[in-house]
Design a protein around this ligand. Structure first.
Ligand SMILES: [Mg+2]
Length: 402
C-alpha cells in the first residue's frame, strides 16, 4: 500500500496521536524501501532506512523450531524474579535466605552502581555531549501490575518525563503498541517506538530544537510527525496470529493475549504455573505454520514478532540517525529499561562507548547494562536529578553569556 504523505484528516481512527492513512515502510518515497516477503513465509527481511544496509545476519532471536518449550519457560521464570527483595517479611524467603540474597545483590550492585547514588559521577561523562533519553515503559515508568491494561504512569512521573522532553530529545521504546503506550503517557512531544521499535513516530521538530528526517505525515492537530514501520508488511499476519492465539488462550484460565500491532504478547502473569507448559505448547503449535515469525520471552510473557533484523537497540540507533546524530561522537544516549528485550538497547549504548545503560531491577540479573536503579520510584528520582543538573548547567551558561 502506498503511503500518502500529509493525508487529510479523517475522524474515527483510534490512534490518539494521528489521523492518517495506513503507513507502509515499503513506500515509493524511497527513504525506507526494503524487500517484501511477509506473505511468502520464507525468509528474513531487513529494513533499509538511512544508514541501514540489508544484512543477511540472523537476528539473535529464538526461532520457534529451534528452541525447546522448557527452555522458554525456564528463561521466562528467570526473567520473572520475585520483586520483593527489600521486604522479607512479606516474601517467601526466611530471614537467612533473604540475607544471602541481599548480600548477592549488594555484590552485583557494586558492579552496576546506582544511577541515583552515583549520579554526579556518572553524568560527568556527559559534559560537552548531547544527551538523548530513551525510556522503556512497563516496569520503568510504570509499576508492573497484574493486569497490563492497568499499568498507569503516576502523574509525578508524567510531569518529570515532560520536563525531560523539553531539555533533551526523548523517546519511549516499548513492546506495547505505540497507540497503547501513548494512551498511558499522553505526551505528544516525545518519540514513540512501539512493538519493540517496529512502529516509530514522533514530532518532525521537537521542542528542544531537534529536526527529524524521514517520512512525514500530519497528526490530528495538523503538526508534522515522522514515522517508520520496518515490519509494516506483517500487519495481516500479526492480525491472523492474534486471533489464533486468542482462541487458544481463551481455554486457559488467566491467560491474556495482547495485540501490540507488530508484536503479539501472551501474558502468563495470571496463569497458574502448572498451566504454563500447556499454554506455551499451544503457542508453539500455532507458530509452526509461521516460519517468518519468532518467539521471545519477557517477564511472564511470551511474545510473537516478525523475524526481521530489528530490536530496541536498532530503534535507538535509528532514532539517533533520524535526528541527525547517528555518526556523531558527541552523543550521550541514556537508556533505562527493566526487561530482557532492553538488553539489545543496553548493548547498543555500551557499543557507542559514551552513554548510560541503566537496568531497573532490585534483584540480581545478568545484564549488559552498566548501572542500575531499583524500581520506577528510583527512575523518577534519577530523571528529577537529570532535570536539575541540566537546569543548573543552563543557568551557568546564561550567567556566562550575560
Ligand atoms: Mg519493561
Amino acid at each position: 500500500m502506498a503511503f500518502r504523505s500529509k493525508p487529510k484528516h479523517s475522524g474515527g481512527l483510534k490512534d490518539p496521536m494521528l489521523h492518517m492513512a495506513p503507513v507502509s515502510a515499503a513506500s515509493s518515497n524511497g527513504l525506507f524501501n526494503y524487500p517484501s516477503n511477509a506473505g511468502s513465509h520464507t525468509s528474513t527481511t531487513a529494513p533499509t532506512g538511512p544508514g541501514y544496509a540489508p544484512s543477511k545476519r540472523r537476528l539473535p532471536l529464538r526461532k520457534v523450531e529451534n528452541a525447546s518449550i522448557t527452555g522458554w519457560l525456564e528463561a521466562m521464570k528467570d526473567s520473572s524474579p520475585p520483586r520483593t527483595r527489600c521486604h522479607p517479611q512479606v516474601d517467601v524467603y526466611d530471614k537467612s535466605e533473604f540475607e544471602a540474597i541481599d548480600m548477592e545483590y549488594k555484590a552485583w550492585a557494586a558492579n552496576h552502581p546506582s544511577a541515583v547514588e552515583n549520579f554526579e559521577k556518572l553524568i560527568e561523562a556527559a559534559s560537552g555531549k548531547r544527551i538523548f533519553v530513551f525510556l522503556d515503559y512497563d516496569g520503568t515508568l510504570s509499576p508492573i501490575v497484574e493486569n497490563p491494561e492497568c499499568a498507569f504512569m503516576p502523574d509525578e512521573m508524567r510531569t518529570v518525563v515532560k520536563e525531560i522532553a523539553t531539555l533533551f530529545p526523548t523517546a519511549i521504546i516499548t513492546g506495547r503498541s505505540r497507540e497503547k503506550v501513548y494512551e498511558f503517557v499522553q505526551l505528544p512531544e516525545l518519540y514513540y517506538a512501539g512493538s519493540h521499535g517496529m512502529d516509530i513516530m514522533g514530532p518532525a521538530e521537537g521542542c528542544n530544537g531537534c529536526k527529524a528526517q524521514g517520512i512525514r505525515a500530519l497528526n490530528e492537530e495538523g503538526n508534522e510527525v515522522v514515522l517508520f514501520q520496518p515490519a509494516s508488511e506483517f500487519t495481516t499476519i500479526m492480525n491472523e496470529i492474534f486471533k489464533l492465539l486468542e482462541e487458544k488462550a481463551s481455554k486457559v484460565s488467566g491467560a491474556k493475549v495482547e495485540h501490540n500491532k507488530f508484536c503479539v504478547s501472551v501474558h502468563f502473569r495470571r496463569v497458574k504455573e502448572e498451566d504454563w507448559l500447556p499454554l506455551a505448547e499451544q503457542v508453539q503449535h500455532v507458530l509452526r505454520s509461521y516460519p517468518n515469525l519468532c518467539l521471545t520471552q519477557g517477564r511472564k510473557v511470551l511474545e510473537v514478532r516478525p523475524l526481521i533484523m530489528w530490536n530496541k537497540g536498532k530503534a535507538l540507533d535509528f532514532l539517533l540517525k533520524t535526528l541527525g546524530f547517528g555518526s556523531r561522537s558527541d552523543v550521550f544516549p541514556i537508556y533505562i529499561g527493566d526487561d530482557q528485550t532492553d538488553e539489545d538497547a543496553f548493548k547498543t549504548v555500551v557499543r557507542r562507548k559514551h552513554g548510560l545503560a541503566i537496568l531497573v531491577s532490585n534483584v540480581v540479573k545478568e545484564t549488559n547494562a552498566t548501572s542500575s536503579l531499583q524500581d520506577p520510584n528510583e527512575v523518577l528520582e534519577f530523571l528529577q536529578l537529570l532535570v536539575k543538573w541540566k537546569r543548573r548547567h543552563l543557568n551557568r551558561l546564561c550567567k556566562y553569556l550575560e
